[in-house]
Design a binder for this molecule. Structure first.
Ligand code: ZN
Length: 239
């Protein structure tokens, strides 16, 4: 069993709730954006690093180490990136983020934050993007994050994605998949619960999960840190 997490976004409340559910898995993998938006960037980096979770670089992570311009982000996101990198991240956290690759291969899986053709920045949402991505890599499952919305494409007729609901199981035995597990720390599909997936390697399938966490705790910490209030409020709506 392999836990798949993405887009933690400095939300330690959500990350701890998800990791508690993943205690029994053999390994956890992460699709990037450890930081940005939330109030606890160092805690999230420490947790992922401490567990030796293989991770790739997200766009917010990239911005915090100077690899992506702040002009790329909306004003609230840019504000949080600036706060994270200028006031919060320790030398150790920055060193860890600098060590992250943009893609990883863990057979039979390919890990990327955005998409295979633009690893850090492309939002993979439609069938033409999915087809281009299937053509670029050979792995049976391409895991992507970045959109904060759970979504799966199959290579057979990958014309549009299907949103896997809680409890859904998708097989990758017969057909290759592109799979987005949704966001741990800032879901945007209208469900404020933290999203994650578990790969059942024995049956070559992926299961989708949600878990409640202390949303108000995360919200209050964002507001008390002086970050834009909307970044806290949106957590309660899952948008
Ligand atoms: Zn993100």
């Amino acid at each position: 069993m392999i836990g798949v997490i993405s887009d933690i976004h400095s939300n330690i409340h959500a990350l701890e709730a998800v990791l508690d559910k993943l205690k029994e898995v053999d390994q956890v993998i992460c699709l990037g954006d450890l930081v940005g938006y939330g109030a606890h960037p160092n805690e999230c980096v420490e947790r992922v690093r401490g567990m030796k979770i293989p991770c790739v670089l997200g766009n917010h992570d990239a911005a915090c180490i100077g690899l992506l311009s702040l002009g790329w982000f909306n004003p609230h996101a840019a504000n949080a990136v600036r706060w994270t990198m200028e006031e919060e991240l320790t030398t150790d956290s920055l060193r860890y983020l600098r060590s992250l690759p943009t893609t990883r291969r863990i057979e039979p899986f390919y890990l990327v934050h955005g998409s295979p053709r633009e690893p850090t920045t492309e939002y993979l949402t439609d069938g033409s993007q999915a087809r281009a991505s299937f053509d670029i890599c050979k792995e049976q499952v391409v895991f992507v994050g970045h959109t904060h919305v759970p979504l799966v494409f199959t290579e057979l007729g990958a014309t549009e994605g299907i949103a896997p609901s809680e409890g859904n199981r998708v097989s990758y035995e017969e057909a290759r998949l592109i799979y987005n597990p949704g966001a741990v720390g800032q879901p945007r599909d209208g469900d404020p619960r933290a999203a994650y997936s578990i790969v059942d390697t024995s049956s070559s399938s992926i299961l989708q999960y949600r878990v409640e966490y202390d949303v108000q705790g995360a919200r209050v910490d964002i507001i008390e840190a002086g970050l834009p209030r909307i970044l806290g409020d949106r957590l309660t709506l899952g948008c």
